[in-house]
Design a binder for this molecule. Sequence first.
Ligand code: FES
Length: 144
Amino acid sequence: MINMKMDEEFSQASEIYRENILDHYKHPRNFGEIKNPDIKQRELNPLCGDEIEFFMKVGEKNVIDDVKFKGHGCAIGQASASLLSEMIKGKSLEEVENITNEKVIEQLGIHIGPVRFKCAILSLMTVKAGIEKYKKSLSKNGGN
Ligand code: FES
């Protein structure tokens, strides 16, 4: 596992963003598990072996009523999961599908180089893969 807490990109970030990332890392929002979720998806960062798993409850009008995540990773990986969970709660599946990698990186507020890119976007990839699977299962079952 790469210890990146104080790596170069991180130390170059402005203090306010660094503090925000560390706050999300130490006190992740929506951390945990949902019983009987509509969407459950786990993905692995092959570069470091860290894993992240998202759980979502989908309500009326395809809105994400609840979201939780668990897993482990570096500060950027965990902070982006925590930030993303806040971003997607209350949003429709379509709105979430339209969230770009750039948007997540913008929320982190620091420069993300190629080494950290996967850490930063793993959560978004996980959420999108989960939504895709969910939609496929609905269409297979003749759902909406
Ligand atoms: Fe594993 Fe960043 S080093 S998620």
